[in-house]
Design a protein around this ligand. Structure first.
Ligand code: NAD
Length: 305
């Protein structure tokens, strides 16, 4: 049976370590990292995400600022708010919860966020830095996946990695991160011809598609490390369930290690948002980022999960 990569436990330790570093910043450097979250409209899932992000920021002793705008808000008003937050020294990270309503051009909004406060890592400057191996801000979900992979595998150079999905938020940055780790990277997507053959070659599989249980166990290379990003709500046996893009039951008999859904990548995404806010704060104040923070979160035990 595959080793279960416990993202929830890892994220908890990472958040605790971030909290310790935040306290140090407040006491030694008199700086409190500040996270501003903007929600437009009343989408129930987005409201839950925003509440969780704000709560976890507060738990890590960061300052948390929430802005809730009506669904019909004019684009100019949203851009004005972003500009105000760009100038506000108490705000080190700005997050605009997606999706946005149709009257708002999401690209324009993302581009309006100051790149060093863009803790989602979606601004073209940060995207470009990731693509050229520079020191930008990395999108939270792929960063969380990379941490779990590094924790489990250590050196990944030369391994075959397959990324299923090519979104700007997950698939493409994930592929760049794996390339920076010296993997041989393939990106597959909705028009790829033979997903099974691609999966069969992969030592590392990151699935970010949004199709419930698309990948069955018999597609996998035995011993592969599987990171399942997908979150799919299905009805089964008269019950609502959350499942990933990989069929966990069959995959866990073939893979060497696998993340569960829920409890795998999801908790890492918010922890990485806090990590990016901490890093942005350090950069804006010219303070050295605590480089060992990931290792400290892993602790001395070789394998947490
Ligand atoms: P998206 O819809 O933007 O992109 C999906 C990608 O999958 C596309 O590139 C498409 O080409 C590809 N695809 C679609 N059908 C396919 C098929 N049959 N075969 C191969 N490729 C196919 O989605 P996204 O924003 O990248 O999110 C992907 C999944 O990850 C969703 O389930 C989403 O809910 C989840 N997600 C989870 C987290 C988290 O924190 N755990 C964060 C972001 C997204």
């Amino acid at each position: 049976m595959a080793h279960i990569i416990d993202g929830k436990a890892y994220a908890t330790r990472l958040r605790e370590e971030i909290g310790r570093q935040v306290r140090k910043l407040r006491e030694h450097d008199l700086v409190t990292p500040g996270l501003a979250v903007i929600l437009v409209g009343e989408d129930p899932a987005s409201q839950i995400y925003v509440r969780n992000k704000a709560n976890q920021a507060r738990e890590a002793e960061m300052a948390s600022f929430e802005y809730r705008l009506a669904y019909g808000v004019p684009q100019a008003q949203l851009l004005e708010l972003i500009e105000r937050l760009n100038q506000d020294p108490a705000v080190h990270g700005i997050l605009v919860q997606l999706p946005l309503p149709p009257q708002v051009d999401a690209e324009r909004v993302i581009n309006a966020i100051r790149p060093d406060k863009d803790i989602d890592g979606f601004h073209p400057i940060n995207v470009g830095k990731l693509g050229t191996g520079g020191q930008g801000i990395v999108p939270c979900t792929p960063l969380g996946c990379l941490m779990l992979l590094k924790h489990h595998l250590g050196d990944m150079s030369g391994l075959h990695a397959l990324v299923l999905g090519r979104s700007n938020i997950v698939g493409k940055p994930m592929a760049n991160l794996l390339l920076n780790e010296h993997c041989t990277v393939t990106i597959a997507h909705s028009r790829s011809r033979d997903l099974q053959a691609e999966c069969r070659r992969a030592d590392i599989l990151v699935a970010a598609v949004g199709r419930a249980r698309l990948v069955p166990g018999h597609w996998l290379k035995p011993g592969a490390t599987v990171i399942d990003v997908g979150i799919n709500r299905i009805e089964e046996d008269d019950q609502a369930r959350l499942v990933g893009d990989v069929d966990f039951a069959s995959a866990s008999t073939v893979a060497g290690a696998i993340t569960p859904v829920p409890g795998g990548v999801g908790p890492m995404t918010i922890a990485c948002l806090l990590l990016n806010t901490l890093e942005a704060t350090c950069r804006q104040h010219g303070i050295a980022f605590p480089a060992g923070i990931m290792q400290s979160a892993w602790g001395n035990d070789a394998c947490l999960d």
